[in-house]
Design a protein around this ligand. Sequence first.
Ligand code: SF4
Ligand code: SF4
Length: 122
Amino acid sequence: MKARYDCSKCPGYCCSYDRIEVSDFDIARLAKHFGLSADAAREKFTFHHKTKDADEWVLRHRKDTVYKSICRFFDQDERRCTIYAARPNVCRRYPSGTTCGYYDFLLFEREQQGDDDFIPSA
Ligand code: SF4
Ligand code: SF4
């Protein structure tokens, strides 16, 4: 079915989520993409998020011009992923259906504001 969202009209809200979890397989794919060892890729691109409720490796972030922070692999000028072919599985799966909740919210707010460039914080 055809997607009812257009990432090219969105500033990349999903990539601003601060817990993009990566598996060992994702790390191996990133390592291959960058010609690094898995250990080097894990060290360079991720950090260990460990709390009483979580024990996971997540992609590092950096300060963003639109959201508070965004994935380190996000191009902040083009507003797109720079490692599309090597992106983690969680990024491949999102959004899981034909709609994106944030995109619907974005369109609604832009229409309300009468401003096609308006960017609401979620
Ligand atoms: S939040 Fe939705 S519309 Fe925006 S980039 Fe992500 S998937 Fe695309
Ligand atoms: S790897 Fe790419 S798609 Fe996934 S969060 Fe980072 S910039 Fe977004």
